[in-house]
Design a protein around this ligand. Structure first.
Ligand code: HSE
Length: 445
């Protein structure tokens, strides 16, 4: 092999948990093929982890193990620092410290980049190093590379993704078994799909971090997590999943970013998706991302969004990319956010009130004459067009002799502000007996 004479690239892994051990094992198992692809061997020289004894059992005697990551990031022997600690504080110090020391960085830390990406990428640009983050979005799916390189010819129109496996598992189980959210969440925790503190996943924060990164890369805007609209799945009820199904839809937690007339939509919320779309059939903990580009049309990327070796696959792809740079012209690298830093756009991320989408509404109403007319009258007056109406038999909803029923309405697109005003009027009707359920709907056509 002609590449054997080149010195190996030395890597330090900070935090050797599930993903870190996957990186170590796959690098070892596939070392020969990786060498042939990268042009140089990629070797883990050092691991920093608080649990030194456990780390040693994972990596063996030939790898230096330390408990202080700060000691590693400026080590002259290290070429690339892999940050797998997570969180904002220590991880940020270490990433900025490594950049300052002239190291390339690979990270799976979506929270860090979605919140502090602007500062981190600027520092990396100044120092002429890469911060690579394929593993930060949709785990093993190479969506960053697809957006940044494979689709670079396109004007991206929108991206919609199932980018959180935990919530997709919960929604799949709720639909399959007709169980309520709390019951399925407990089951997901028992099976290890959901963490002991599942807040970031179930409240949509993790998906919003990932959507923020995709939005920046797709539209050439800075990372702006603080502008994202974030709504999780905690308030979803099994009956809405059932009604949606009767109308030909599935409910998915989507991360959406879209080019609109006046700015960029960036939002995470439960969405009705037509059951016939491929993405509506992505079940369990799997991830999928749909990208609509003007030239290519619709493309779909599907795979495992988490787990030891799927995420390691993405981390190692970044290690190979950086290794290849060592023989290439550093001025002709792919920019961190796909667009040249001096060519970023100042298109605003739109407030949710200006976002346009269609809606599923469920109203618990008194089963009396004229209710439907009053509700649809409010929508008509607001200029909101109705797509479908489903009225349940009162007996089916509240048992025999019930005087209450459910009214389910699908609308066509309208701006959120208009819908909010109409919802307030409907809610004030004396025949509307409970808070109205509103779920957004994406045709993804
Ligand atoms: N907790 C995430 C998920 C995986 O459930 O998809 C890491 O981003």
């Amino acid at each position: 092999m002609t590449t054997n004479h080149l010195a190996p690239i030395h890597v330090a892994i900070l935090g050797i948990g599930t993903v870190g051990s996957g990186v170590f094992n796959v690098l070892l198992r596939n070392q020969e093929e990786i060498l042939r692809r990268a042009g140089r061997a990629i070797v883990v020289t050092c691991v920093a982890d608080l649990d030194v004894a456990r780390a040693k059992t994972l990596v063996g005697e030939n790898v230096r193990v330390v408990n202080d990551a700060r000691a590693v990031i400026s080590d002259p022997e290290i070429d690339i620092v892999v940050e797998l600690i997570g969180g904002y504080t220590l991880a940020k110090d270490l990433v900025l410290g490594a950049i300052e020391a002239g190291k390339h960085v690979v990270t799976a830390n979506k929270a860090l980049l979605a919140v502090h990406g602007t500062e981190i990428f600027a520092a990396a640009h100044r120092k002429g190093v890469m911060v690579a983050f394929e593993a930060a979005v949709a785990g093993g799916i190479p969506i960053i590379k697809a957006l940044r390189e494979g689709l670079t010819a396109n004007r991206i129109q929108w991206i919609a993704g199932i980018i959180n496996g935990t919530t997709n598992f919960i929604l799949s189980e709720m639909r399959d078994k007709g169980l309520p959210f709390e019951v399925v969440l407990k089951e997901a925790q028992r099976l290890g799909y959901a963490e002991a503190d599942p807040t970031f996943d179930i409240e949509g924060v993790d998906a919003a971090h990932k959507a923020t990164l995709m939005s920046a890369i797709a539209f050439g805007i800075p990372v702006q997590f603080d502008k994202a609209y974030v709504e999780g799945i905690t308030r979803l009820e099994a009956q809405d999943i059932r009604y949606a199904e009767q109308l030909g839809y599935r409910i998915k937690l989507l991360g959406i970013t879209k080019r609109a007339a006046t700015g960029i939509e960036l939002r995470v919320h439960p969405s009705l998706v037509p059951a016939k779309r491929l993405i509506a059939n992505v079940e369990g903990a799997m991830n999928a991302v749909v990208v609509q580009g003007d030239a290519v049309g619709t493309t779909l990327y599907y795979g495992k969004g988490a787990g030891s070796e799927p995420t390691a696959s993405a981390v190692i792809a970044d290690l190979v990319d950086i290794t290849r740079l060592h023989t290439a012209d550093p001025l002709h690298r792919v920019p961190h956010l796909a667009f040249q830093p001096d060519a970023m756009s100042n298109l605003p991320v739109l407030p949710m009130s200006e976002v346009s989408t269609s809606y599923y509404l469920r109203l618990r109403v008194a089963d009396e004459t004229g209710v439907l007319a009053r509700v649809t009258g409010i929508l008509a007056e607001a200029g909101i067009s109705i797509d479908a109406v489903l009225q349940r038999e009162a007996d089916e909803v509240g048992g025999e002799g019930s005087m209450q029923t459910d009214l389910i309405i699908l609308t066509h697109d309208c701006v959120e502000a208009k819908m909010n005003a109409a919802l307030a009027q409907m809610q004030a009707l004396s025949s509307v007996l409970a808070p109205i359920t509103r779920i957004r709907k994406e045709e993804l056509a």
